[in-house]
Design a protein around this ligand. Structure first.
Ligand code: ZN
Length: 134
């Protein structure tokens, strides 16, 4: 029993620390930075496509098609904006030393899981609870 208490005590002492090595964290940061760059380029390209599409034709039939295209582009843009927001939040958590820690229960999130989705904020348990609740 005494040993068990000691173990709990020890794990309480380093609460709010993730289980990541500094190389792993650097690797994740690199992935996030890359994602950010890609998102930025995508946004610029899409905004140009929207602008260009509006100027390109005067034919009503084409214009209808282009409006649908523009709508699709705006959808992509807002989806990218969401991802960008998540990427920025993840980068901020790295700066604050909170990265890789579940925002709900403070459990460390495994590196493997973070590699699959570097922007994830929840451990697998909290995530599945959330999904069940929805
Ligand atoms: Zn959790």
């Amino acid at each position: 029993m005494e040993m068990l208490n000691e173990t709990i005590g020890a794990s309480n002492n380093n609460n709010k620390s993730n289980s990541l090595h500094s190389e792993e964290l650097l690797n994740i940061k690199r992935i996030l930075d890359e994602q950010k760059e890609i998102l930025k380029t995508n946004r610029e390209t899409r905004l140009e496509q929207i602008k260009y599409g509006h100027e390109a034709t005067k034919d009503p039939a084409d214009m209808a098609g282009q409006e649908a295209d523009a709508e699709r582009l705006w959808l992509f843009l807002s989806r990218d904006q969401n991802i960008e927001h998540r990427v920025n939040k993840a980068l901020k958590r790295i700066d604050y030393g909170q990265y890789g820690i579940c925002v709900e229960c403070d459990s460390p999130i495994p590196y493997k899981r973070l590699l699959i989705d570097p922007t994830c904020e929840l451990c697998i348990n909290c995530k599945s609870e959330l999904e069940l609740a929805n």
